[in-house]
Design a protein around this ligand. Structure first.
Ligand code: ZN
Length: 331
């Protein structure tokens, strides 16, 4: 397969996984919104822990439905988008990737989309802009095995992008994708996307099999990360408490792709393997987050994905962290 064929395949892959109609190479590219090409990162100091949030790019959809709020009347959806000051014409979700430095280790939480989406794959140049080469990354924690999180593990020739890395994944997530028949019967997505997700997940997990460390929920990683099951988006979808001393944040990964789902957790998302379980997980996090004032980090909420969930009357809102420095936040 030559590079042109690979690019065509990549465009198909990106469209297929995100339920975008499969378009020709040029029309697909022209329909994507433009995103900043300069590498973007934000230092995030959690107590003594040095972490950095990197911007990998944007997932764009020509409309919110059917992926988001698939069963909500369009007028009601439009009203709520306007109320939340969200764009109406198209749906966009950023891709935020966290790096943690701990005791000589450089730990990435996921790898972004990699070369498989022309509007993303900006993680590696952003790392390099801070002097981190891909070979310097010692560990990669896989939050769940979707293309926008593990697409950056292999390059266009299927070689590992991070040649020194050990990969860490929750047992339940690994076993789901590697089981004989991963169950998508409770998803509201289409079966072609499920079939693609399964084959892609198996390909990536197979490629890194010899360097895989499988962990259990509650098992502390690197003395600063506690993984916890947040099921629904995928059966083993993992969220993480990241802490140092009395400072912490909760990385909720893909529990919410849009602020809309913080305010309307039950409207749901076709990308969830189990639609109803994802709703239940969202509701629990919304309620607890508002009660406890938890600081959250999210893979897809607006850059840098850092914020709180607040309650006003009976309504819940995503409240972006009110920091003013563009380069560094210290908790
Ligand atoms: Zn995602």
């Amino acid at each position: 397969m030559n590079r042109r064929d690979l690019l065509k395949q990549s465009v198909f892959i990106a469209g297929s996984a995100f339920n975008i109609p499969v378009l020709t190479e040029s029309s697909f590219l022209s329909k994507l919104s433009s995103t900043p090409t300069a590498p973007a990162s934000l230092q995030l100091q959690i107590g003594d822990l040095e972490t950095t949030v990197f911007f990998d790019g944007v997932v764009s959809l020509p409309s919110y439905q059917p992926v988001f709020a698939p069963e909500v009347p369009p007028d009601e959806l439009r009203q709520q988008l306007q109320k939340l000051h969200m764009p109406i014409q198209m749906a966009e979700a950023g891709i935020n990737v966290l790096l943690i430095r701990k005791g000589g280790r450089i730990i990435l939480m996921d790898t972004g989309f990699g070369h498989l989406n022309p509007n993303a794959g900006k993680l590696v140049p952003a790392l390099q802009a801070l002097g981190v080469q891909p070979r310097d990354v010692t560990d990669i924690i896989i939050t769940h095995v979707h293309i926008d999180h593990v697409g950056g593990i292999l390059d266009a020739d299927d070689h590992p992008v991070f040649p020194s890395a050990v990969y860490h994944i929750a047992k339940k997530e690994y076993e789901f994708w590697m089981s004989a028949n991963p169950d998508f019967s409770r998803s509201k997505g289409d079966s072609a996307n499920a079939a693609f997700s399964i084959s892609f997940a198996r390909k990536v997990l197979g490629a890194v099999k010899s360097k895989l460390n499988i962990f259990e929920y509650g098992q502390e990683l690197f003395s600063c990360i506690i993984p916890e099951l947040a099921e629904g988006h995928t059966p083993g979808h993992t969220m993480f408490t990241i802490y140092s001393g009395n400072k912490s944040l909760q990385h909720i990964v893909d529990t919410f792709h849009l602020p809309l789902l913080v305010s309307h957790p039950h409207w749901g998302c076709q990308w969830d393997t189990d639609f109803d379980k994802a709703v239940a997980t969202r509701r629990k996090i919304v309620r607890q987050g508002a009660e406890q004032g938890t600081l959250f980090l999210s893979c897809h909420l607006p850059w840098p994905g850092l914020g709180y969930i607040d309650k006003a009357g009976e309504d819940y809102y995503w409240m972006i962290y009110p920091g003013s420095s563009p380069n560094k936040i210290t908790l």
